[in-house]
Write a protein of this length. Structure first.
Length: 191
């Protein structure tokens, strides 16, 4: 039986828009600007913003690569989550933060589309959250499959946008919306 959240609030999750991640991503400047605009709109609507930062051998905590890009600065009091796996839910306090805030709908933006954004989106839906993926506020880098095959970043981004538009889970709503189209407030969102 599927879990469906009982809260009635939204939250924006900004995932891994860190200096070391974004330096390799396609369309990074525009994506960062769209994430920043989404953060601005969420704050104006008094929707909580949750900042998720990845740690790994390449992104050591407190290193320059681990820091947020300069255009994005968490405000005082905004929640931070530190993760070591692709999903923002695995071995973190994300669920607890969302539950305490009465959140049932997550708006998702960040990097990288094919790894942490995809894993977080599925993790949210599997845990009963409604989800809106900000279709112009996530990115990744080209993927070299090592056999002469390369998947360009734009294809990966487009694939996730299509998937999140048409994917269905019982009792949940998921959608995609551009940064300027996201409807913040209540549970209405863009489902």
């Amino acid at each position: 039986m599927a879990t469906v959240r009982s809260g009635d609030k939204m939250a924006l999750m900004v995932v891994d828009v860190q200096a070391g991640v974004m330096q390799e991503c396609a369309n990074a400047a525009q994506t960062i600007a769209n994430v920043a605009r989404t953060v601005e709109r969420a704050r104006a609507a008094q929707v909580p913003v949750i900042w998720v930062q990845h740690e790994s051998d390449e992104l050591k905590r407190d290193s320059d690569a681990w820091q947020w890009v300069p255009a994005l600065v968490p405000a005082a009091g905004e929640a931070r989550v530190y993760k070591q796996f692709n999903s923002s839910f695995e071995q973190t306090n994300t669920d607890e933060l969302l539950e305490q805030a009465g959140v049932s709908h997550i708006v998702l933006a960040g990097a990288q589309s094919n790894w942490c954004i995809r894993a977080t989106a599925y993790g949210a839906l599997e845990r009963g959250y409604d989800l809106t993926l900000v279709k112009d506020a996530h990115t990744t880098s080209d993927l070299d499959l090592g056999n002469g095959t390369r998947i360009d970043a734009a294809t990966i981004v487009r694939d996730l946008n299509v998937t999140m538009k048409w994917l269905q889970y019982p009792g949940r709503r998921n959608a995609v919306a551009a940064a300027e189209e996201v409807v913040f407030g209540g549970t209405g969102g863009n489902g």
